[in-house]
Design a protein around this ligand. Sequence first.
Ligand code: SF4
Ligand code: SF4
Length: 483
Amino acid sequence: MEKSPKGKKSQSNMSKNKFELDPERLATTDEEGHRVYLYPEDVAGVWKNRRQLVYWGLIIVYLVLPWFYINGKPALMVNIAKREFTFFGSTLYGVEPILFFLLLISGLFFIGFLTSVFGRVWCGWACPQTVFIQSIFLKIEAWIEGKARQREKLDQDPLTFEKIWKKLLKWTIYTAISLHIAHTFMGYFIGPRELFWITMGSPFDHFGIFTAVMIFTTIILLDFGWFREQFCIIACPYGRIQSVMMDENSLVVAYDAKRGEPRRGLVDRSQEGDCVNCYNCVKVCPTGIDIRRGTQLECIACTQCIDACDDIMERINKPKGLIRYTSENALKGIKTKLIRPRSVLYVVLGLIFISSFFYFLQASSNLQAVFIRSKGAPFNAIEEAGVVQQVTNVFTVKLKHQGSQEFHIDFKHNDPTLEGKVDFLTSARPIKLERAEMQTVLIIKFSPDILVAGGKTIKIDFYDRITNSVVATKEVSLVGPIH
Ligand code: SF4
Ligand code: SF4
């Protein structure tokens, strides 16, 4: 972290050493509460390499996945309006809102478990905000404007031709990337092909979607390009609640004060600890904190300071790990318990909700059928020479399921005494049911012999012609003339 742009107060204005942060306020605000811009320096090291691998894997997931098609369907799509959920080529139709709710809650408990054990691993390693800023937006900024000091200088410089073209180029590329991210985000909900054809048409044809994409683009552009660490510090709800999920056994990025203190410059050289007070850990921190002051809410566990400090330790021939992943207990010399009641509780609750999800999914994947008798006459009698030969009852049958299976439905009764006496007539047999819901007219034609006092209840099997298995059974009351 270095100075701020022109017109803004920076840490350098506040203290003799610009990296010696004021203990009374955040590094990102001055004494009047205005924002202090940060220029985190780049860092190299083993943790950065690991994070880059994770980041690029996630960028593929976040940005490329929905554009892939498997079995003619997007790899991942959540169509909320149609209640369809497509996952790697399989679609669940008519998904009930409770399933989304159960999935969401179970996800939150599993994140709670990860947080209780590994601390803010989500923030530093997987949050789209961190992933995109670290891997794409900061890279572009460094490519166009240079290293941290050059970027800072450019911001402080008066408006020159160089400053104008660099800023214009940077924000143009930012805008193009933000547009792509916003479209991909919408693609998760609409489907990329549909979205592509929508974007080819006039914005006024789908003004709602156009407006939503423009709003997302603006939010992404401003957040990733300018607001950055402010979002983590001020706005992120997870950042606020994560401290509730963590305790002194959770893994955090921490400074080993026992080993590091007293740091260089405070005491005689022969008594000083391993910290040489180079402030490199502060200079690289994307949220502008000094981790040597202990675990702080603003720390997103990005590990930049670990790499920065390890580099120094290597140069002065001291063991690495003065700043490292550890727990508060471990720093106090107490054994870290990674598995403890809190983390077990999160896993158990997560498992309960995910099991409920699969239970409801299984239950609602079965075929459900509703018979609605047609309005008007309850039956039609077909007579010959004044004698009733056949009777028909007409029903509307509503079929519903939310699994990914395609059914080819046909009907039969399972009563041997009705053999040759009952027939089922539909406009198409079998009825192809590939989506969540459909309805068809079913005429049941039967011999009046089966009626007892003008009525008869029969069981109808719905069987799938492809698998030849019964997928549902329904009781239906038939009515006819009393004879
Ligand atoms: S203190 Fe270290 S781990 Fe925490 S945000 Fe700053 S650089 Fe990242
Ligand atoms: S990078 Fe390491 S040695 Fe340098 S100030 Fe930070 S903790 Fe001390």
